[in-house]
Design a protein around this ligand. Sequence first.
Ligand SMILES: NC(=O)c1ccc[n+]([C@@H]2O[C@H](COP(=O)([O-])OP(=O)(O)OC[C@H]3O[C@@H](n4cnc5c(N)ncnc54)[C@H](OP(=O)(O)O)[C@@H]3O)[C@@H](O)[C@H]2O)c1
Length: 287
Amino acid sequence: MNEKILLTGGRGMLGRTICRVLGNEFEIIPTDLPEVDITDTASLDSAVKKYVPQAVIHCAAMTAVDKCESEMALAYRLNADGSGNVARVCRANGVRLLAISTDYVFDGSSREPYSEYDMANGGNTVYGQSKFAGEEEIRKIYPENSLICRISWLYGFGGPSFVHTMLALADGSRPELKVVADQVGNPTSALAVAVKLGELLKHPEFSGTVHLTCEGEASWYDFAVEIFRQSKKDQVVIPCTTAEFPRPAPRPANSRLRKDKLREWNLPPMPQWQEALREFLDLESGN
Ligand SMILES: NC(=O)c1ccc[n+]([C@@H]2O[C@H](COP(=O)([O-])OP(=O)(O)OC[C@H]3O[C@@H](n4cnc5c(N)ncnc54)[C@H](OP(=O)(O)O)[C@@H]3O)[C@@H](O)[C@H]2O)c1
């Protein structure tokens, strides 16, 4: 019989992609609002008692980075307290926890990619600070059987994501598109993250923090150019600066994450971002 894996936020972009990628190998139970609310410990606990999963993958979060700035209390309730609730329920029921976090826990000021050994500080946004507070809750409540999996620049089935936004904008109505070229990161396919989470589920000996972004790096400009190249869209892209696109939440200049833990644990590396993008575009377009 397949192992049962319960997802929080299971109808979100990553949750949907996990269901599709790991659905044959595991029995995936995608829970989401309204039936399982991570701010309501009783609803979480009764779901875990009902389904008796071997592990929980915690995807639920307030992910709208700019909205977190104006709704700070809600961001903390979901991303910090909610994660604490998930950790408590997993601990009480003896269930392993894989919790999804983000590059935003770093402030992006380093010139080098961030390792799992670098000290995070929550960065410069409410989103990053609330997610970091959630990480700290998990580390405090359930260090012995939890794994914090940081990802970044994510795209997955159905979006919303940068890939979906770029493809929608390239509808032939814009002679040129300005895209930020002074922020760098690791564009990351939710398919590749799901595959790696599937591998980690088979290794209960691993706990702590792990980075799961695709290999290779790009600016948003490079990413856009590659999206249009691979999808054969004839869209002109012009590089611009972050200062030209002010946002309520400041974006980190450096979002690159080093995958030291995957190497130490002798697990296969994440795929190169361009290959992962190709696989995603083929599947998303039904090719
Ligand atoms: N997307 C990215 O670029 C990115 C990058 C780095 C890290 N991450 C992390 O990856 C994880 C998954 O992200 P995603 O892109 O899949 O996000 P998403 O599409 O926004 O999915 C999050 C899901 O959580 C649900 N949710 C919200 N509040 C909840 C609550 N109180 N109880 C239960 N579920 C609740 C949401 O429902 P509603 O839609 O109804 O609110 C949604 O279905 C998050 O932890 C995020 O921080 C994402």
